[in-house]
Design a protein around this ligand. Sequence first.
Ligand SMILES: [Zn+2]
Length: 353
Amino acid sequence: MRFQDFLTQELGNPKISNGEYQYCCPFCGEQKYKFYVKDSLQSDNGLYHCKKCDATGNPITFMKDYYSISAKQAIDLLETKNITFDISPLDNYSNELSESDKLILHLRHKSHKNNTEDKKPPRLPEGFKYLKDNLQNKESYPFLYYLKNRGITLNQIIEHNIAYVTNGYFYKTNGEKAPLRNSVIFFTYGNNGNYKYWNTRSIDPNPYLKSINAPSTEQEYARKDCIFNFNNARKEKVMIITEGVFDALTFGKSGVATFGKQVTQSQLDQIIQYTHKGTIIYIMLDSDALTNNIKLARKLHEHFTTFVVPHGVEDANDMGKEKAVKVLKENRILATPENLQNYLLQQKLTFNA
Ligand SMILES: [Zn+2]
């Protein structure tokens, strides 16, 4: 998880502005959100500063001071909790870490970074059926109707192996079963075409859980490692990055979904590494995550022709295909540094007006 996700667990919900997360400082106990933490997509990942007591540092110093432990223990703890952090602050601990400690940590980090392809997919739920095998089965009608209503075509249902479950269950990471009812199931496939991840959407009007993302252990692919439909879209002339599966499907073969407002480092690495050169990328993510999208656009534009697509509160699936494509064409901004700078400025002015 990101360092700020850990902080949110520990310190409560932050206020977020301009890519900085503000918490109440755990060191001096002030209650006015004076503890500023830099966003994790920036190079200065997780740097913090309290404007009251002047506490300053990085994820390692935070763990060290918050739990009163050594630098080495702090790093171990960050890794145990699977919190991503920048390796560079390690150099500040030359006195406290032995050379072999540093070497081990560097190697460990390297393998962390490269081993996502060795992971296994999370366990599939039990009791689901593929819609394509049950088109004549009355049981499937409510699911087909639901998907049709959301603009999903029969071809997509077949190509993506979309499934349904009326009364099944899935496994939590501890092996316990949890019920899974009246839901559509989507599958994400790896670049080799093998199953990689699943997520669901309930078709009930007032479900207890609207959607479930496959729970995964450390040895399994997690949401952050997966991009819905990337195995197809990476070969298309155009790829459109959206948040959710329905948004991605709205754009047909070109749409991909990140399962969230932000693109993770693992997703970014995959996009850069496996998208065909010459593919044009559109970023159509939630405008709440503006600062992050700008950073993402900047990075992608170094490798691909990239556009950001500002849009209102409606996401692509709300708009429907026709309008979504229109918005894409009319609102797109080529992600050059100058354009992004102007765009950010404009957004700030609009916001403050
Ligand atoms: Zn403080």
